[in-house]
Write a new protein. Structure first.
Length: 153
């Protein structure tokens, strides 16, 4: 249970970290590369990820534990970066080209409790949208390494 909470917490770091990116097609490679896109597919592909992000942003606005962290955000840009991040880490045809999570969150003073609140919101949205738990956990596992770059002074 603690491991699942920790993995899901990493996803929140990713969500908080995004701020400057767009979804772009990966450049063609000379030889076909096998990409595991099963999480991307389980999330509903591009349309599913866009819906997840839209719903997440709606939930965050109402969450008094963290909404102030997003008060000055350019929501259109944030939305695009979250979509690119989720698409990329889930094996979709996007690449996140934004700031590193450390750069994007430097000086924001994001706490572990705030990070966890965002993860809880993401999980809630994925559950409401019927994303299988295994796919949720795989996405969160990809985002988990970003936690240390998001939480801090």
């Amino acid at each position: 249970m603690a491991a699942v909470a920790r993995i899901r917490g990493v996803l929140a770091a990713c969500v908080l970290a995004l701020g400057v990116s767009a979804c772009v097609t990966r450049p063609a490679s000379p030889a076909p590369v096998q990409v595991d896109d099963s999480v991307y597919i389980a999330l509903g592909g591009q349309a599913g990820i866009e819906g997840i992000v839209d719903d997440l942003l709606d939930v965050v606005v109402e969450d008094e534990r963290i909404n102030f962290q997003f008060a000055l955000a350019n929501v259109v840009r944030l939305r695009g970066m979250l979509i690119a991040q989720f698409c990329s880490v889930s094996g979709g045809p996007c690449r996140y080209d934004g700031l590193s999570m450390e750069e994007a969150h430097a000086g924001r003073g994001i706490t572990t409790a705030q990070f966890n609140a965002l993860v809880e919101n993401l999980i809630l949205v994925m559950e409401r949208r019927g994303v299988p738990v295994a796919a949720q956990n795989r996405l969160l596992r990809q985002l988990a390494p970003m936690h240390g770059d998001v939480v801090g002074p």
